[in-house]
Design a protein around this ligand. Structure first.
Ligand SMILES: Cc1cc2nc3c(=O)[nH]c(=O)nc-3n(C[C@H](O)[C@H](O)[C@H](O)COP(=O)(O)OP(=O)(O)OC[C@H]3O[C@@H](n4cnc5c(N)ncnc54)[C@H](O)[C@@H]3O)c2cc1C
Length: 308
């Protein structure tokens, strides 16, 4: 793993730097490229603009690992407000939720209860709950919760999960999820994982991403391919074309502020594109993971900062 990627992931856990950045004007300005804003209203404004450009949205209220039940319910309440707004403004938008933000590390049953109520609410407004995937210590429990929600007939079409191509276990997880009829978002994976559980070499992660893409595209279920990697996107398009899989059978997903040019060109070509729109006061770890993925972003952001 490149040194800079590891360094940014380590910095994403640095409390002093986090406090400084989250409370400084400088930090908020730097993050605005990747984060829609601090408040629900900011996220809704961005979601409407993205919808107007012909793209779908998933909204993410930033935050991870709460330390009390009250905090977990407070985090869930923001999502309930988002779902009300999605219904009221008829936004073409889903929500993306981290189970640690819903109290997973305090009590899996607390997180599951909250997820059930969010999925029910999502269904009532024609939306969808996607459970984000966090580090590998949480993969199993996350999948078990998603499976139990999906097994409830009233929620089965309102819940999906994320699989990370860097994990060795992902092929067997995907085969099981596809057999169960659960919608998957496939990504490469954003955490620092040891070689015991994850491919250390990027080339192997990419190879696995392509293998898993093929399984997803050939399944009868609507899945999401989350990547900005042009090679992954080109290979998915070619595979779909060769197999006669319609562009409307799946969607590409990308992060807000990343490769806007590519997002727009896929829409022009007739593909479904969903933009992941994060917002909220706890933007720091998310922002640092984006820098970890592409350290050159530091130079890019700094140039824009001094230009404006
Ligand atoms: C919609 C969405 C949801 C996600 N959900 C999760 C999740 O639940 N769990 C999880 O672990 N990870 C998640 N991720 C992050 C993902 O795992 C990767 O870390 C991230 O997408 C970078 O990988 P890549 O596929 O874009 O390819 P990479 O090989 O990292 O990058 C390929 C190319 O894409 C461009 N690029 C990539 N990242 C950036 C960036 N930050 N800024 C500018 N250009 C960039 C560059 O041109 C780069 O050369 C999600 C990603 C997306 C798009």
């Amino acid at each position: 793993m490149p040194v800079l990627r590891s360094a940014f992931i380590a910095l994403s856990k640095n409390r002093a730097l986090r406090r400084f950045c989250e409370h400084s004007r400088f930090g908020r300005k730097m993050s605005s490229r990747f984060v829609a804003g601090l408040e629900i209203g900011d996220a809704l404004r961005v979601a409407e603009a993205v919808n107007r450009q012909g793209m779908l949205v998933t909204l993410d209220s930033l935050g991870e690992s709460v330390s009390s039940e009250v905090e977990a319910h407070r985090a869930a309440d923001i999502y309930h407000q988002l779902l009300d707004a999605i219904g009221a403004h008829k936004l073409n938008a889903n929500i993306s939720v981290k189970l640690t933000q819903m109290g997973l590390e305090l009590s899996p049953s607390l997180a599951e209860t909250i997820a059930v109520s969010l999925a029910g609410h999502a269904k009532s407004v024609g939306s969808f709950l996607r459970i984000d995937m966090e580090d590998s210590s949480l993969t199993q429990v996350t999948l078990e919760i998603v499976r139990r929600l999906h097994a409830r007939p009233e929620l089965s079409d309102s819940i999906g999960v994320v699989i990370q191509a860097y994990l060795y276990r992902s092929q067997s997880d995907i085969e099981q999820l596809v057999a169960d009829g659960i919608r998957v978002r496939l990504c490469k994976g954003a955490y620092n994982e040891p070689p015991e559980v994850a491919f250390p070499a990027k080339a192997d992660v990419d190879k696995n991403y392509l293998e898993l893409t093929k399984i997803l595209l050939e399944s009868p279920i609507y899945h999401g391919l989350a990547t900005h990697d042009e090679a992954m996107i080109a290979a998915a398009k070619t595979f779909a074309r060769e197999r006669g899989i319609e562009p409307g059978h799946f969607e590409f997903q990308m992060l807000y502020g990343v490769r806007r040019d590519l997002q727009r060109s896929l829409v022009r070509e007739g593909y479904n594109v969903r933009v992941y729109v994060p917002f909220g006061r706890e933007w720091y770890p998310y922002f640092m993971r984006r820098l970890a993925e592409r350290p050159a972003n530091v130079v890019f952001l700094a140039k824009n900062f001094f230009r404006s």
